[in-house]
Design a protein around this ligand. Sequence first.
Ligand code: R1P
Ligand code: GUN
Length: 313
Amino acid sequence: MSAATIINGTNGTNGQVNGTNGKNGVSQSSQNMCSYEECDKIAQHLLSKTRHRPKIGIICGSGLGGLAESVENKESFSYKEIPQFPVSTVPGHAGRLVFGKLGGKEVVAMQGRFHPYEGYPLSLCTLPVRVMKLMGVETLIVTNAAGGLNESYEVGDVMVIKDHINMPGFSGNNPLIGENEDKFGPRFPAMSSGYDRNLRKMALEIGKELKFDNFMHEGVYVMLGGPCFETIAECKLLRICGADVTGMSTVHEVIMARHCGMRAFGMSLVTNKCVMDYDEDRKANHEEVLETSKRRGEDMQKLVTKMIERIEV
Ligand SMILES: O=P(O)(O)O[C@H]1O[C@H](CO)[C@@H](O)[C@H]1O
Ligand SMILES: Nc1nc2[nH]cnc2c(=O)[nH]1
């Protein structure tokens, strides 16, 4: 079965939807949500195809898929071959699930993630997180490319995510909307400890050891729906709200991971400085994002690999 077959009549290709409501006014999100049993079927299917038994899951951000490349003894599956999975449509997201060893541990890495602006509901964007959980993953590590709002952040800086602002949530969009799957987690999950304190501390310590501390920070990530980059007024608002960087991903993945009891860690690469001044002619663009990711990608890989070496599984 493909992603398209689980969606009730309103979808385009590969599970993309056009935003209309389905039968009985039930929201699209709940219709697209795979049940526990369906997620388990996908998990068992993948486990039957690989000898690896990962306890650590990774989601690679825009242009940051090199981390998945560095996995040893790789067994890779294109998203197209995985039942019910959407496909990657964004440059810099290869669209592969990679199993293997990194830092001496068994991992599974998404080389490419799903964003809501691609036309996928948040529940479908986060399907792989639940599948990872049912394959035995206990810790989720996510990376992303983000725009710097904090004036002291430079292009190429790395920010350990301390907390997030779920902007789509403010308008009632959340991957958990719909009937709650009690087997995964509670109806009302707490989100005050989204990003694991020990893993954050570990990342900053390793950053120091690698002499990365001159470009590392800890701060707040805000997710917007995209695909537009922010206006100047929006950037000013987000900064006042306490955000240090902004992007179009991560938050829905971490919500899903925390809901089902996984530990979560996230790291943003500041790929561009947000335009905050009406006299500036600079414009945010995806080419600059990918260019910065290329430049700083290896340092992020080193950091994540060292973390995985130290994580007890
Ligand atoms: O968050 P990741 O997937 O790293 O990608 C970021 O980069 C893209 C914009 O250049 C957006 O998709 C934004 O979310
Ligand atoms: N929303 C948003 N996402 C990004 N991803 C990389 N840079 C940016 C940015 O400036 N804004």
